[in-house]
Design a protein around this ligand. Structure first.
Ligand SMILES: N[C@@H](CCC(=O)N[C@@H](CS)C(=O)NCC(=O)O)C(=O)O
Length: 199
């Protein structure tokens, strides 16, 4: 399988999940400014949406949208517990993926772009509010759904790394979560493979 990624972008989440599951990936870097690969190939021809992550299966089929990709990867290795295979627990992970995608990830967009100061300030307030909510949910828990690391934790971790870039202080439980998750071997390996930390 090939993962189209950009270092430190939201594509780090499926990269972490693949490493946690022990699934081999061919990593293909995309320059998000030019939408080109290192080879010069136009990324829009590979994924017409033009954004990462995109996962190409060995039969050539393409899966996009981070929350869908991480569920697919986790389902390839159900024994890892990265997502419950069925039942209410599965929907709780889906609930977190949806919340992180729509309420946190999307609000980071203006903070990284050329938005007006008003738009940035509104987006920052929303990220801070959402982080405070997550902080409360992490009280007395190691991970979002309890004691097991799931695909939702991989996604949340990426959001905590972005907070540092835009100088948003993480509340206490989220800060502890960031440190604990960054020490997981699969997470460290993914970050090193993207050139974000030393191997
Ligand atoms: N809806 C997509 C959004 C992915 C997304 O926001 N990707 C960003 C990087 S984190 C990107 O590639 N932006 C470049 C672009 O939109 O051209 C998902 O949830 O996977």
């Amino acid at each position: 399988m090939k993962l189209y990624y950009s270092p430190g972008a939201c594509s780090l989440s499926p990269h972490i999940v693949a490493n946690e599951a022990g699934l081999p990936l061919e990593l293909v870097k995309v320059d998000l400014k030019t939408h080109k690969l290192d080879s010069g190939e136009d990324f829009f021809k590979i994924n017409p949406k033009g954004y990462v992550p995109a996962l190409q299966l060995d039969d050539g089929s393409m899966l996009t949208e981070g929350p869908a990709i991480v569920q697919y990867l986790a389902d390839l290795k159900p024994e890892t517990g990265l997502i419950p295979s069925a039942g209410f627990g599965r929907y709780k992970v889906a609930e977190w993926l949806t919340f992180i995608n729509g309420e946190i990830h999307k609000n980071f967009g203006p903070l990284f772009g050329n938005a007006s100061e008003d738009v940035k300030s509104d987006a920052r307030d929303k990220v801070v509010k959402r982080f405070n909510y997550v902080n409360g949910e992490l009280s007395g828990k190691q991970f979002l759904t309890g004691g097991t690391f799931t695909v939702a934790d991989a996604y949340l971790f990426v959001m905590t790394t972005w907070a540092h870039h835009v100088k948003i202080d993480l509340p206490e439980n989220l800060h502890k979560f960031f440190h604990a998750v960054s020490q997981r071997p699969a997470v460290h390996k993914a970050m090193a493979e993207e050139g974000l930390v030393k191997a």
